[in-house]
Design a protein around this ligand. Structure first.
Ligand code: ADP
Ligand code: MG
Length: 280
């Protein structure tokens, strides 16, 4: 396996897009696994009540298990909730729970409701002896309070874009939400990365979507695209990332390449993207 360059400080990345089925969870778990395989220390936080990221990384998330819901409501800590991924020594997961779907996060007063995840992550990083290179947060398909919590807890947003008709539809709304969070809660938040998923090289459409995204966001979109391949969709049913399930397949290879591209962006490209944003 190829070692990935380590960032000088922990990188916090939320994987977000309010559209369902665009590859958020697949991207979160497979990037996390690729980074971990390359030697990085990675924490995945599953903020989607569906718990697909937890499943895909082999983390138990039944009702007896403490979850990120308990962390947000102050009944548990990240330290006591995180579980190891069986396939990668340096990968850990804070599992989700279906309870999260009903979460109005009512324990907090309104002003603090957006900061629950941020505070929990900060407390964890202060108290733990472990050094993490990456914290990846898998978001549910919405722009609600859970996603706002994720955006307040990170410095980067990674947006997966499915290679299909209307790929860019809704992107404006997502960017607006991110700008709102920047303005009110988290001024250093940055859309650092876009990745085109379910790319089908046999179709002109996939290429057209890629070119369109590249035209609008030239510095942000990865050169690497994620191919549509059945192995990526099969892997979760075995409780595995595609990196562990089919390490030599085109899906795993693409996610390893994407992980390298993301790792190499630290920190100069990120600074360049941030400066470019400030000029606008
Ligand atoms: P989201 O988290 O945005 O809802 P998922 O990652 O769960 O999206 O992907 C939606 C569906 O598409 C899932 O069934 C997943 O297994 C499948 N899928 C995701 N990426 C790929 C891919 N590159 N090739 C084939 N199937 C994929
Ligand atoms: Mg998902």
């Amino acid at each position: 396996s190829i070692p990935v360059p380590k960032p000088s400080a922990t990188r916090y990345i939320a994987v977000a897009n309010q559209k369902g089925g665009v590859g958020k969870t697949s991207t979160t778990v497979n990037l996390a696994a690729a980074l971990a395989q390359g030697g990085a220390h990675v924490l995945v936080i599953d903020m989607d009540p569906q718990g697909n990221a937890s499943t895909a990384l082999g983390a138990p998330h039944d009702s007896g298990q403490s979850s990120v819901y308990d962390v947000l409501e102050g009944r548990s800590t990240i330290q006591d909730t995180k579980v190891p991924c069986p396939d990668f020594e340096t990968l850990q997961i804070v599992p989700s729970s279906i309870n999260l779907s009903g979460a109005e996060l009512e324990v907090a007063d309104l002003a603090k409701r957006t900061e629950l995840l941020h505070n929990a992550v900060e407390a964890f990083m202060r108290d733990t002896n472990e050094q993490f290179d990456y914290v990846l947060v898998d978001c549910p398909p919405s722009l609600g309070l859970l996603v706002i919590n994720a955006m307040c807890a990170v410095t980067e947003v990674l947006v997966p874009i499915q290679a299909e008709y209307y790929a860019l539809e809704g992107l404006g709304q997502l960017i607006n939400t991110i700008e709102l969070v920047q303005e009110h809660y988290n001024p250093i938040l940055l859309v650092s990365t876009m990745v085109v998923t379910m790319f089908d090289r046999r179709t002109l459409l996939s290429r057209e979507v890629y070119d369109e995204v590249k035209k609008h966001y030239p510095n942000i979109v990865l050169d690497t695209t994620i191919p549509r391949t059945v192995k990526i969709s099969e892997a979760p049913s075995f409780g595995k990332s595609v990196i562990a399930y089919d390490p030599r397949g085109i899906g795993a290879v693409a996610y390893v390449e994407a992980a390298l591209e993301i790792a190499r962006r630290s920190p100069s490209v990120l600074t360049a993207i941030a400066q470019k944003r400030r000029k606008h």
